[in-house]
Design a protein around this ligand. Structure first.
Ligand SMILES: *[C@@H]1O[C@H](CO)[C@@H](O)[C@H](O)[C@H]1NC(C)=O
Ligand SMILES: *[C@@H]1O[C@H](CO)[C@@H](O)[C@H](O)[C@H]1NC(C)=O
Ligand SMILES: [Zn+2]
Length: 344
């Protein structure tokens, strides 16, 4: 046998040996590509697809309404609730990582596609603000600004929830102040002709404690200013000539919903499932007390109330036809189809 033949067979054997290896490599490559595509879709593109289907409600232009005059400026507002950023004590790091990635993608995608002018978070921004140390708090706040980063022309405002500052019995001035240092503490916020009242609903216990009576005094002051703005023509003496507010009924933003017996009369998508709808609401725990709810409606005469806390959606009418919308939770931890509300 010639030496050349020997070499070629050995080479041939080598090639045969190589082929399965190469095939295995290709399969691996293909698998990686598939896994990558699925990940890209599930963790990234799906947010675009889902949010792309949302659109802003149609605006009634003055021409539609049959009126004359310049078109009103349009304010695009987005409302989220109960983001419950996990804390140091109860949050598992993997759970944290996953939920925060989901919220970050959903929020950033919504911001990019829908371009709201203002974003409101209706309480329970943090899960453990009620007991976190100042270091854990600083860490949570840092992660919050990363997830909910936004360009400077977008305003982000939040009201406090029971997880941010604790229920009434856990709440103290220190926790309220540290929450207000992160979010603008302004209670009355007017933008593009709309008045928004940011209610600290945890302080509406009605027991006359210092924080609660302070909160009520603040609401009365706002009520007074709103009443004055509605009386543009015959302004009573006591109105003085302070800064004028837009003459329109305010929108209330609060964590606890106004009192309702249960979710039975809730309509709209994402409402509580039938087996939870009839669970009675406890006053001052699941919803505001009847007394506090009456006061808010009397004093502020809102056109719309937005609240969170229940983690389910609800559209319900109060008394003389004031609509309240409870916004479902924005965290996948609390529900499998988190959502937000858009309003012009
Ligand atoms: C504002 O008007 C409402 C309705 O008339 C009233 O109930 C409320 O007490 C008024 N607010 C103040 C501060 O007087
Ligand atoms: C639901 O609405 C009906 C009709 O307005 C009312 O009679 C009933 O008391 C409401 N139920 C609850 C639980 O609020
Ligand atoms: Zn809550």
């Amino acid at each position: 046998m010639a030496a050349g033949d020997m070499a070629s067979t050995r080479l041939g054997a080598g090639r045969q040996h190589l082929r399965p290896l190469k095939r295995r490599g290709l399969v691996l490559l293909r698998l990686t590509a598939i896994v990558f595509a699925v990940l890209l879709f599930c963790e990234f593109l799906i947010y675009y697809l889902v949010i792309f289907r949302c659109s802003w409600p149609a605006v009634k232009t003055p021409a539609d309404a049959g009126g004359l005059g310049t078109p009103e400026p349009v304010l695009r507002a987005m409302f989220l609730a109960d983001t419950h950023l996990l804390g140091a004590v109860r949050g598992h790091w993997l759970d944290k990582l996953r939920r925060e990635w989901q919220m970050e993608r959903a929020f950033q995608t919504a911001l990019w596609l829908l371009q709201p002018g203002v974003v409101f978070i209706l309480g329970d921004v943090f899960d453990e603000g009620k007991w976190s140390s100042s270091q854990a708090w600083a860490d949570d706040v840092g992660r919050f600004w990363k997830i909910f980063r936004h360009p400077p022309h977008v305003q982000l405002r939040a009201v406090a929830g029971n997880h941010d500052i604790g229920f009434h019995y856990q709440m103290n001035t220190y926790k309220i102040k540290r929450f207000e240092k992160v979010f603008n503490p302004e209670r009355l916020f007017s933008w593009k002709g709309i008045n928004f009242v940011m209610v600290n609903s945890v302080a509406l216990e009605g027991d006359g404690c210092d924080i609660c009576s302070g909160a009520e005094a603040e609401l009365l002051e706002i009520s007074h200013r709103l009443n004055c703005s509605r009386e543009q023509e015959h302004r009573p003496q006591e109105c003085g000539d302070g800064q004028q507010l837009p003459a329109s009924a305010p929108i209330l933003l609060q964590h606890f919903p106004l009192y309702r017996r249960n979710d039975a009369n809730c309509s709209g998508e994402d409402a509580a499932p039938p087996d939870e709808k009839y669970t009675p609401f406890k006053e001052r725990y699941d919803a505001l007390s009847q007394e506090a709810s009456r006061k808010l409606l009397w004093w502020l005469r809102p056109r719309l109330v937005l609240s969170g806390h229940t983690h389910s959606a609800c559209e319900v009418l109060h008394g003389a036809g004031v609509l309240e919308v409870s916004v479902p939770s924005f965290s996948w931890r609390n529900r499998n189809n988190p959502s937000f509300i858009m309003k012009l």
